[in-house]
Write a protein that binds this ligand. Structure first.
Ligand SMILES: C[S@@+](CC[C@H](N)C(=O)[O-])C[C@H]1O[C@@H](n2cnc3c(N)ncnc32)[C@H](O)[C@@H]1O
Length: 288
């Protein structure tokens, strides 16, 4: 019984990782732009906090190649199995390493890295989500970066995916699956657009916030089409109980691939998503 349960868990995880790789195609251009903006020094050592299956870790390793090194850290040992597999298939396996650990208490000495990167991980909600309190966590990330180095925090910040249906999309976006990890009742200061405030309170300097956009325009490649189809389901596929029957019928009509009105079949389909990068420089004398 237990073995069957484990096998199904592994199957779920494999399917999840496949979905992640697909979704990763959608954000690759914005992530590469963000990495370019940081101008990470060649040969530098960095930390990717909440690295999941290691997609960004490898891009970061490429940015600091040939001699740099990136440590990926995640709470989930299962996801790190996939991260190591991905790394072994790449040219950068010697330049990355992975460790399962809680980011709230990093297993590294002060000043161990030239920079820290964390994407879509420092979410704060009323239930604590992944990170607990933002300021202690930002201070913990800052602690392990050398003076003069950089702390970079990124968030998937918005998307417009349903051209012609802005109100339906807005209503779908208010449902619980779509607003995760933001939950109702979240304190205003926990919103990602307040990140520069967290960085300032952690005594970082030269604070910058910048939003990158990537477009999807018909004709879509098969991969982008599959990724967008999967995204519709992951954002809104479980929202039926939270919208009107009319909205649900409209969602199914335009977002299901088998529907004759599937929105990705439109010859003029246009959509976009954005990622926001916030970063700051670690000062010489760190304060507690
Ligand atoms: C939404 S995913 C983002 C992953 C990756 N940075 C990306 O952009 O593809 C958040 C990741 O943070 C990890 N995580 C959550 N809480 C954590 C903690 N306290 N310490 C370390 N990792 C954590 C999760 O396991 C998950 O892989």
């Amino acid at each position: 019984m237990e073995t069957k349960k484990n096998a199904s868990k592994e199957h779920d995880l494999d399917a999840y990782v496949r979905m992640l790789s697909l979704a990763d195609l959608l954000r690759e251009p914005v992530i590469l732009s963000a990495i370019r903006m940081l101008k990470l020094p060649s040969g530098s050592r960095g930390l990717d906090v909440g690295c999941r299956a290691g997609h960004h870790t490898l891009r970061l390793a490429k940015a600091v190649a040939p001699a740099g090194h990136v440590s990926g850290l995640d709470l989930s040992p299962e996801l790190l199995v996939h991260a190591r597999e991905l790394a072994n298939k790449s040219r950068f396996s010697e330049h990355v390493s992975f460790q399962d650990w809680d980011m709230n208490k990093l297993p590294f000495d002060d000043n161990s890295f030239d920079w820290v990167w964390s994407a879509d991980t420092i979410w704060i909600g009323p239930k604590g989500c992944s990170a607990g309190a933002s300021l202690p966590l930002i201070k913990e990330l800052t602690r392990v970066v050398k003076p003069g180095g950089c702390v970079a925090i990124l968030f998937w910040s918005s998307q417009k995916l349903l051209p012609g249906f802005p109100l339906l999309e807005a209503r779908l976006n208010t449902t619980s699956p779509a607003i995760a990890p933001f939950t109702r009742g979240m304190k205003p200061n926990f919103h990602f657009l307040c990140t520069r405030g967290w960085l300032r309170d952690a005594y970082l300097e030269n604070l910058v916030g910048h939003t990158f956009v990537t477009d999807f325009q018909a004709p879509l490649s098969d991969d982008i089409r599959s990724a967008l189809t999967a995204l519709f389901q992951s954002f809104w596929g479980n929202a039926q109980s939270e919208v009107t029957p009319e909205d649900w019928a409209e969602f199914e009509r335009i977002c299901q691939p088998e529907s004759p009105d599937f929105i990705l079949n439109r010859l003029d389909y246009s959509a976009f998503l954005t990622y926001s990068l916030f970063h700051g420089k670690v000062v010489k004398e760190k304060n507690d």
